[in-house]
Design a protein around this ligand. Structure first.
Ligand code: MN
Length: 204
C-alpha cells in the first residue's frame, strides 16, 4: 500500500442517493488525504521505518517507535481503513452475498439477516467515532466487531474483509444525527464481489 490516495473506481455521485456526492468528495479528498499526510509527516521522524508496509505497522504496533506510535495507529489506520472502505462499495451494490462469504456468514451467524442485525448493532453501538467490521480471525473464523477511532482489526489479530465507517464525517451532511438511517442505506451500496475477493485473497 503506497502512501497516496488510491484511485476511486467510481464518481463521487455514483453512490447517490445513499451516500451523497459532497460527502464522498470531502471524505475521500480531504479526510483520507489528511490521514496520509499525517502518516507521511510522522514517518519523516523515523526514516528507518519508512520501508515498513502500512499493514505491517498496524499488525505490530508495539514495534513502531513510541514517539510516533499513536500517530501511526491513527493515520496508518485511517489510510488502511478508508482504502478498504472505498473498494467495497459500488453503484447498484447491495443484495446478499453468494460464494464463500455467503456460505461462511450462514455458517457463523445462522443467516444473512442475523449477520446484518449483529453488524448493525455493532455499528450503532460505537460511541463517538469508529467502525464496524467483518473480519477473519487467526483461526479463519468470521468475527463482527466495533472498534473506536481508526483502530484497525489488523492490530487485534484479525484481517478485515469489510467495514463500515460510522464517523460523523461519513454521513452527517445527509443524515445529521440519524446514524441508523445511514447504516440502513449503506447496505444498498456494498460490493459483495469485492468482499468475496478480499476473503479469497486471505484463504487461497
Ligand atoms: Mn472516514
Amino acid at each position: 500500500m503506497e502512501l497516496i490516495l488510491p484511485k476511486l473506481a467510481y464518481a463521487y455521485d455514483a453512490l447517490e442517493p445513499y451516500i451523497d456526492a459532497q460527502t464522498m468528495e470531502i471524505h475521500y479528498a480531504k479526510h483520507h488525504q489528511a490521514y496520509i499526510n499525517n502518516l507521511v509527516a510522522a514517518l519523516e521522524k523515523h526514516p528507518e521505518f519508512q520501508a515498513t508496509s502500512v499493514d505491517s505497522m498496524l499488525i505490530n504496533l508495539p514495534a513502531v517507535p513510541e514517539d510516533i506510535r499513536i500517530a501511526v495507529r491513527n493515520n496508518a489506520g485511517g489510510h488502511f481503513n478508508h482504502s478498504l472502505f472505498w473498494k467495497i462499495m459500488k453503484k447498484n451494490g447491495g443484495g446478499e452475498p453468494n460464494g464463500l462469504v455467503g456460505a461462511e456468514i450462514k455458517k457463523t451467524f445462522g443467516s444473512f439477516v442475523e449477520f446484518q442485525n449483529i453488524f448493525n448493532a455493532q455499528a450503532k453501538s460505537v460511541f463517538g467515532s469508529g467502525w464496524a467490521w467483518l473480519s477473519v480471525d487467526k483461526s479463519g473464523k468470521f468475527v463482527v466487531s466495533a472498534l473506536p477511532n481508526q483502530d484497525s482489526p489488523l492490530s487485534y489479530d484479525a484481517t478485515p474483509i469489510m467495514g463500515l465507517d460510522v464517523w460523523e464525517h461519513a454521513y452527517y451532511l445527509k443524515y445529521q444525527n440519524k446514524r441508523p438511517d445511514y447504516i440502513t442505506a449503506w447496505w444498498q451500496v456494498i460490493d459483495w464481489d469485492m468482499v468475496e475477493e478480499n476473503y479469497r485473497a486471505l484463504i487461497e
